[in-house]
Design a protein around this ligand. Structure first.
Ligand code: KIV
Ligand code: ZN
Length: 385
């Protein structure tokens, strides 16, 4: 089976969600969890953007092993140097360069001609390759780029040594068939050598996951996704939806990933808690209602045979069923700690012990302790809210 590389950009494009700002410590906590989820690449931030983001990328590159750590950079010498300094402690440091190639971006934003853009791609990729072994080049707004010029940009990046070519649909404009065709035609027209092709989709038309899957059918080697689909504007393609679709419909895609699917629920909760971006109840795979059945007919069917109305086994994605029912005054320390962990918290032993005592006090007052009660306890005891 062909391996699809999972490039997680929760900490970079995901953090670009309006209102979200993560500290270096919070990014590290998420990066450790992404490593447990077994993504291939963690885009940890944009090192030149701020001292905090530089520190986050560097801390993650030092501490999180067995995964490639990447920093975003504009195609300039200063950005490349900052990205290099930050990600060089990684086992597999990667610099992700981007430069816009659509006419609208080149004319109004960059104020550069096509020739100047090609020149800058060439020099930036060559310079980055003198620093790190993995250099990804993204033709920003590739979805609205004149295809012949896109071919020229990709040829330039490949001959300068780019190891990954990303064709982002920056504004979420393309339809699945169109996006797929761009990859098929690109492969026909450019000798890519060992360079990988990557897909990066935004959800402005609600098509980010469909477009990502179409790109996989068209033969890309890597997909760029975020946990819970967070990201600029309407967000990015959601990691969990792409991962589960690939696993469940392996008959259609015939590809695999290294992902540890059972870590999905935990990662989703951690990202939601630290970013403050609430996961909608009806969100596929990780929403609170994703495995809830309301109508009597559905409940009856599921009780007789789960697969009548559930195509995904909740346990496969790490969802523990009937959590509300199992926690009460007879619950032991172990079950309680495990539950807290499943909610996405990584706490010290001391915090866990204190929390357990508060939990027992609450059990004496309330018959049934719910997930909301535990979340409130953690916020109150550990985060002092
Ligand atoms: O959407 C986009 O074009 C990006 C690039 C930086 C890859 O996020
Ligand atoms: Zn993006």
């Amino acid at each position: 089976m062909k391996h699809i590389q999972i490039f997680d950009t929760t900490l970079r494009d995901g953090e670009q969600s309006p209102g979200v700002s993560l500290t270096a410590g919070e990014k590290l906590e998420i990066a450790r969890q992404l490593a447990k989820l077994r993504v291939d690449v963690i885009e940890a931030g944009y090192a030149a953007a701020s001292p905090g983001d530089f520190a986050a990328v560097q801390t993650i590159a030092r501490a999180v092993k067995g995964v490639s750590v990447c920093s975003l950079a504009r195609a300039t010498e200063n950005d490349i140097l900052r990205a290099y300094e930050a990600c060089s402690p990684s086992d597999a440091p990667c610099i992700h360069l981007f430069l816009a190639t659509s006419d609208v971006h080149m004319q109004h934003k960059l104020r550069m001609t096509r020739d100047q853009v090609l020149q800058q791609i060439d020099s930036a990729v060559r310079f980055a390759r003198t620093k790190v072994p993995f250099v990804e080049f993204s033709a920003e707004d590739s979805g609205r780029t004149d295809f012949d010029f896109l071919v020229q940009a990709v040829k330039t990046a490949v001959s300068a040594g780019a190891t990954v070519i990303n064709l982002p649909d920056t504004v979420g404009y393309l339809l699945p068939q169109e996006y797929a065709q761009r990859f098929i035609r690109m492969r026909e027209q450019v000798e890519l050598g060992s360079a990988l092709l990557s897909a990066h989709c935004h959800d402005d038309l609600g098509l980010a996951v469909a477009n990502t899957l179409a790109a996989i059918s068209a033969g890309v080697d890597q997909v760029e996704v975020t946990m819970n689909g967070i990201g600029e504007r309407a967000g990015n393609a959601s990691l969990e939806e792409v991962a589960v679709a690939l696993a469940l419909r392996a008959d259609m895609y015939g590809v695999d990933t290294k992902l540890e699917l059972s870590q999905i629920a935990r990662t989703s909760k951690l990202v939601s808690r630290l970013t403050g971006m609430v996961v909608p109840g009806n969100k596929a795979v990780v929403g609170a209602n994703a495995f809830a059945h309301e109508s009597g007919i559905h409940q009856d069917g599921v009780l007789k045979e789960r697969t009548t109305y559930e195509i995904i086994d909740p346990q496969v994605v790490g969802v523990v069923e009937n959590k509300q029912l199992v926690l009460g005054k007879h619950s032991g320390r172990h079950a309680f700690f495990k539950h807290v962990e499943e909610l996405g918290y990584v706490l010290s032993d001391q915090d866990l012990q204190n929390l357990f005592m508060r939990f027992k006090e609450l059990c004496d007052k309330k018959k049934q302790v719910t997930e909301e009660d535990i979340l409130a306890l953690v916020d109150e005891r550990v985060y002092g809210e």
